[in-house]
Design a protein. Structure first.
Lengths: 361, 223
């Protein structure tokens, strides 16, 4: 089953048509103002797009062509907004019970308690929202959103206002809840690491358009376009000339000829943008050669080194390309063992599988 | 001491409150949430009684309530008595004059409810009516209180419009404010003094009570 979203809207701008796998955690990632929240609000029915269709499987919630739009209260959703929107005058229990008006009044308290327990905030029933910590408020909001057994759970940057350790615990809880409930989760975030940790499907969005979507691992390692690579904040973004000889492909980058895996669909193109993850640039050991050294070797000079915890980011100037900066990420002990230092000459391999030609803007 | 006048003033204030508060809640909530372009004009209209002299408001009300007007004519036909210079006419006038005192605090109170909270009510599956009763009205409670107090106290003290629309008919339109004026004109300073003191005490107690209640509410909010 798919969650189909075809939306167009002017203020805020939305122009997308995408089918997302139901039952998964789908992260919607993009910079501020990219339309992530608007997308979520449209799914919730809080904004009505100029035209479009929203359907979960066969169940349409919005179909402007037929003049149909279910009001928010009739959509099977749970929504946790950025600041949670808890009812400030109601206790945690009463907040959750507000989602249970479809049950007989006698059953609501018991069910609300069960939801609070599910979200790990049992025992705080009588507290008002202002008497709860940020993490507890988030859990109460989650309990309230889950109370109606939603088929789609909409989470708008739900982890942005809690501290780091709480956030980590909430990550685990979201995964656990998702496994128990089998609902589709649309998680809006601007944090790629968060998306990579939680989501099985990733949807990159910019200016209201989907830049790329797919399995999280694929999107993160194989961006399809320059725009996607920029959104993923990939530092190694270069241009070369893609040449074909039968099925074999070669990418000419300055004086370097990089072999790419064979592919049928590629065409010869000058000015082809391409990228490679900094973790896929392999340093050749100085003391002894190792496996894979013949794979696209490039000689380069170290421009600078930055240590970030246990990792080192090295920026290299490839031979014959004085303006290019090839980022290489390696662990600190490898950097130390090879006595890397600015100005030193090294040889690296650009793994053929990891070189990703990109479509233009 | 003119007890009839005091009773009349209290009755007028109670009627005004009973009619105006529900209307004010509807209007205040609408003004707080509407995106209509007519909003500033409607806001100006509701504020108008604040700035116009009572004689102007009273004059137009007299015209609108008089036997020649459709409203006055209809009222006279149904109830067999004229609207102008009657207690009912006074209630209508008082409701109109008090619109800004009721609508403005209510509008501010509803506008102060965070957008996220209103939307959360929809996402919880609450109907409009449920959301209003369970979420919005309790959150707007300080506004409801101050609208009620301002309307009540202002009605007790209203003079100019009452005189224009009601005249000074004992037991029908002679409120305590008019009775005080009457006594002063008759050089009966002691009666005027007593009534002025009563009005002062009643008004003070009403306003003080509202401050006590809203203070208690704020304390419970901060607790």
């Amino acid at each position: 089953m798919m969650l189909t979203l075809a939306l167009s809207h002017d203020g805020p701008p939305l122009d997308l048509d995408v089918a997302l796998p139901a039952g998964e955690i789908v992260a919607v990632v993009g910079p501020s103002g990219s339309g992530k929240t608007s997308l979520l609000r449209a799914v919730a029915g809080l904004i009505r797009p100029r035209s479009g269709r929203i359907a979960l499987g066969e169940d349409a919630w919005l179909d402007t062509a037929r003049g149909m739009s279910k009001p928010t209260r009739e959509r099977p959703i749970g929504y946790v907004s950025q600041h949670y929107g808890l009812f400030p005058h109601l206790s945690a229990l009463a907040n959750v019970a507000c989602s249970l008006t479809h049950l007989p009044p006698g059953d609501r308290a018991e069910r609300a308690r069960a939801c609070l327990a599910l979200a790990h905030v049992a025992g705080l029933d009588d507290r008002l929202p202002r008497e709860l910590s940020g993490g507890q408020q988030q859990r109460v909001a989650m309990a309230r959103a889950l109370a109606r057994e939603p088929r789609v759970l909409l989470l708008d940057e739900p982890f942005s206002s809690v501290d780091r350790s709480t956030r980590k615990r909430l990550y685990v809880e979201l995964k656990r809840l998702h496994a128990e409930l089998a609902a589709t989760v649309l998680l809006v975030t601007h944090d790629l690491d968060e998306a990579a940790l939680l989501a099985t499907h990733l949807c990159l969005i910019q200016r209201g358009r989907i830049v790329q979507h797919g399995a999280t691992g694929d999107v993160l390692t194989r961006p399809a376009t320059v725009a996607a690579a920029r959104l993923l904040d990939l530092p190694n973004l270069f241009t070369g000339t893609l040449e074909r000889d039968g099925a074999a492909r070669t990418l000419r980058w300055g004086p370097h000829a990089l072999a790419l895996p064979a592919a049928a669909d590629a065409a010869t193109a000058a000015g082809t943008a391409w990228t490679i993850l900094p973790t896929k640039v392999l340093l050749h050991r100085v003391d002894r050669p190792s496996r894979g050294e013949r794979e696209n070797p490039v000689r380069a000079t170290i421009a600078d080194l930055v240590t970030l915890g246990d990792d080192v980011i090295a920026r290299l100037v490839p031979e014959g390309l004085p303006d290019a900066r090839l980022h290489l990420k390696l662990s600190l002990h490898v950097a130390q063992r090879n006595s890397l230092a600015p100005g030193r000459e090294v040889t690296v391999s650009l793994l053929a599988d990891a070189i990703v030609p990109l479509a233009g803007e | 001491m003119d007890w009839t006048a005091l009773r009349l003033s209290l009755a007028l204030a109670a009627w005004t409150l009973a009619i105006l508060l529900p209307l004010g809640i509807v209007a205040g909530r609408w003004l707080a949430s509407t995106r209509s372009r007519s909003r500033p004009w409607l806001e100006a209209l509701t504020a108008l009684p604040l700035v116009l002299p009572p004689t102007v408001v009273g004059f137009y009300l007299l015209v609108a309530l008089g036997a020649q007007s459709p409203l006055g004519d209809a009222f006279a036909r149904v109830f067999g008595a004229p609207l102008a210079f009657s207690f009912a006419g006074l209630v209508v006038a008082s409701v109109i004059v008090n619109i800004p005192f009721a609508v403005q605090p209510l509008q501010r109170a509803f506008a102060a409810i965070p957008h996220e909270v209103r939307e959360a009510a929809q996402c919880c599956g609450l109907s409009r009516w449920q959301a209003f009763l369970r979420i919005e009205l309790p959150l707007a409670w300080p506004g409801v209180l101050s609208a009620a107090v301002l309307t009540f106290a202002h009605t007790l003290g209203e003079f100019g419009v009452v005189l224009m629309v009601g005249g000074s008919i004992p037991g029908e339109t002679k409120t305590i404010a008019i009775a005080i004026y009457d006594r002063v004109q008759a050089f009966d300073t002691s009666a005027a003094g007593t009534m002025a003191l009563v009005l002062l005490v009643v008004s003070f107690v009403t306003v003080a009570l509202s401050f006590v209640l809203s203070d208690r509410w704020l304390r419970s909010e901060r607790r």
